[in-house]
Design a protein around this ligand. Sequence first.
Ligand code: HEC
Ligand code: HEC
Ligand code: HEC
Ligand code: HEC
Length: 205
Amino acid sequence: MESGQMLNGGRERGRHGRSGFWWVFAGGLFVGVIGFLGFHFLLMDGYTNSLEMCISCHEMDGVYKEYQKSVHYKNPSGVRVTCAGCHIPHGKGVVDYTDKVLDKVIVGGRHLYHHLIGTYPDAASFEKSRHRLAQQVWDTMRKRDSRECRQCHTYEAMQFADQQRSAANKHERMMQEGTKTCIDCHTGIAHEVPEEPASGEGKAP
Ligand code: HEC
Ligand code: HEC
Ligand code: HEC
Ligand code: HEC
């Protein structure tokens, strides 16, 4: 009787031990999956990629008003390109995914930092820095060979015959030679190109 109980108890413990492992495993998997989904949809997409999020800080800057007048905001085809479309890496491969994570953390973190410490207390101070910030954007786009533009526009998909002669000539040549990238010829497509301020103004803080 007693030994039977003991045996039973022993077996119970064994069973608990094993199911305990499965509980931990299932729990870990659950946390992992939720964590990844949270990371993917909250950090990588959703709110942090939305127009609303960007303009929560940039609404008062000229950049938003100018963008609203641009063809990337409204056009006959009804396709809206949001801020993230041009400013955040969004390709499908592992390299783009990594670039996107780094961009969100490092560039996004820098925006948040300057926002919190109040580097630009008013619209005028931001305005003075626009040329320097634009320069940063051009550098990044050149370094990436205008990869964000190319997610939507490709030479292969262009109907050269329907483009202005000067545009078609340039595009056909660049398709062969590749010596210039989109942003070399297409600055100021969503915002006005900011004027270079008088020397000394708009320096990096
Ligand atoms: C928390 C406020 C805040 C949010 C949200 C924010 N920004 Fe910024 N952004 C800033 C500040 C402040 C700067 C100036 C940074 C500096 O001086 O280096 C800046 C600079 C920029 C620049 C200039 C180039 C650069 O990287 O410095 C671009 C482009 C830009 N933001 C785009 C975006 C986009 C796109 C989003 C949405 C995905 C966004 N910002 C969201 C505050 C913000
Ligand atoms: C998410 C897709 C998307 C991205 C990213 C994008 N574009 Fe566009 N672009 C469009 C659409 C859509 C139009 C408007 C087509 C139409 O006329 O209906 C357009 C129009 C244009 C035009 C024509 C301008 C005009 O006034 O008619 C130029 C030039 C252009 N894009 C360059 C660029 C460059 C350079 C980049 C990168 C910095 C870029 N685009 C990024 C989708 C995109
Ligand atoms: C060597 C300069 C040059 C390069 C590089 C270049 N373009 Fe252009 N593109 C032009 C010129 C010039 C025009 C006509 C004037 C304009 O719309 O700015 C034009 C026009 C366009 C248009 C409007 C076409 C139309 O007729 O509606 C689009 C869209 C465009 N370019 C996208 C791009 C994209 C995307 C890239 C990179 C893959 C690119 N371009 C690279 C010079 C260039
Ligand atoms: C079609 C691509 C495109 C879209 C959409 C776009 N930008 Fe830009 N942005 C650029 C380019 C290119 C520059 C570099 C300066 C230039 O050529 O106008 C730039 C520059 C900037 C700068 C640097 C300061 C300046 O005046 O140049 C800020 C800040 C910025 N963008 C924020 C935004 C925000 C916020 C949105 C959405 C409301 C947005 N951008 C949408 C292409 C884009």
